[in-house]
Design a protein. Structure first.
Length: 267
């Protein structure tokens, strides 16, 4: 099995630089915010953090390709870094501390591209999570100060905590009735949103989560962290990994039941 220790260390270096840049502008009164063509906001901090990460990758991994939310795809080859400079920009621009930089390394194999390294850094929460294929998943402030992550052992939907982002996406997919059925059948539901539900699945404080519409940069880092923590990460179609344009994540024990409510073969 390939050794991803060096890539994981590099991901931490990248996250350290991004954290410094994003925290410097967090809650700044003169923060510049624009509206992208898809009507979502982008701040100057999103752009500067991605430029910073791209610059460091160019120096440290010049042969690797890069895909970022703000500046698209660059390069080609079997290894590709996938970046979301600020996941949760709407929170960021309103001063809500729930946002993070997502960094993943994807590698091409027989089954297609798969995430092999993932890091999620939420500096305003003073939290960081990371994983690499075969090395497990961890949380802490650094590689030397970390705790191993494990998903929960909850085995019944009636005992499960379910996290989601909002109702509108499920309504647009004509899945709101099934979403409400799941919400009623679960022990607890909370709309945390963005990266956070996946990290809570990985650390065992939430049991299942799902979102109806996502991009690769929203999911790649989260997928490997959930999987290395012992969980399962698929699309709503059941396809493993972050390739379906949506996501379902669980502790593994509840995954088939989660898909029975929200999967693409259901109404």
């Amino acid at each position: 099995m390939p050794d991803y220790h060096d890539d994981l260390r590099l991901a931490h270096v990248l996250a350290d630089a991004a954290d410094a840049a994003t925290m410097e502008r967090f809650k700044a009164l003169d923060l510049k915010v624009e509206t992208k063509p898809d009507m979502t906001p982008v701040s100057e901090a999103d752009k500067s953090a991605e430029e910073l990460i791209r610059g460091q990758l160019q120096r440290a991994r010049p042969r690797d390709a890069v895909l970022g939310e703000e500046f698209g795809s660059e390069g080609s080859g079997p290894r590709r870094w996938v970046i979301d400079p600020i996941d949760g920009t709407k929170n960021y621009v309103r001063g809500v501390p729930v946002w993070a930089t997502l960094i993943a390394l994807m590698e091409r194999g027989e089954g297609g591209d798969r995430p092999v390294v993932g890091l999620v850094s939420a500096p305003a929460l003073n939290r960081r999570w990371w994983a690499a294929e075969g090395l497990g998943a961890y949380s802490g402030r650094s590689l030397t100060s970390a705790s191993r992550l494990h998903t929960s052992e909850v085995g019944r939907i009636q005992d499960a905590s379910f996290a989601y982002a909002s109702l509108t996406g499920w309504e647009e997919r004509d899945k709101l009735p099934r979403f409400l059925d799941l919400s009623r059948d679960c022990w607890r539901t909370r709309a945390y949103g963005d990266f956070w539900p996946y990290m809570m699945v990985a650390e065992g404080t939430v049991d299942i989560c799902a979102e109806p519409e996502l991009s690769l940069w929203d999911m790649a880092a989260c997928a490997v962290i959930v999987q290395e923590a012992g969980g399962q990460f698929t699309g709503l179609d059941g396809r493993p990994g972050p390739h379906s344009g949506n996501a379902a994540a669980s502790n593994g024990l509840l995954h088939e039941e989660l898909l029975s409510y929200l999967g693409d073969d259901r109404g």
